[in-house]
Design a protein around this ligand. Structure first.
Ligand SMILES: [Zn+2]
Ligand SMILES: [Zn+2]
Length: 54
């Protein structure tokens, strides 16, 4: 199984209980993963399709 990593900062999410994941609202195909830190800071993520979200 591939390691889950934050889409924004590439941090490992393996032990991050406050991380979250959801489908990209634009393409509905790619999984967007965010670590707890990026959630808190509201760091932007960029999907492979080019969609940018807060
Ligand atoms: Zn992050
Ligand atoms: Zn996308």
């Amino acid at each position: 199984m591939a390691e889950r990593r934050c889409t924004s900062c590439n941090a490992s999410l393996t032990n991050d209980m406050s991380s979250t994941g959801f489908k990209c609202p634009e393409c509905s195909k790619e999984d967007v993963l965010r670590c707890g830190k990026c959630r808190k800071l509201g760091t932007k993520y960029i999907c492979k399709c080019g969609f940018e979200g807060p």
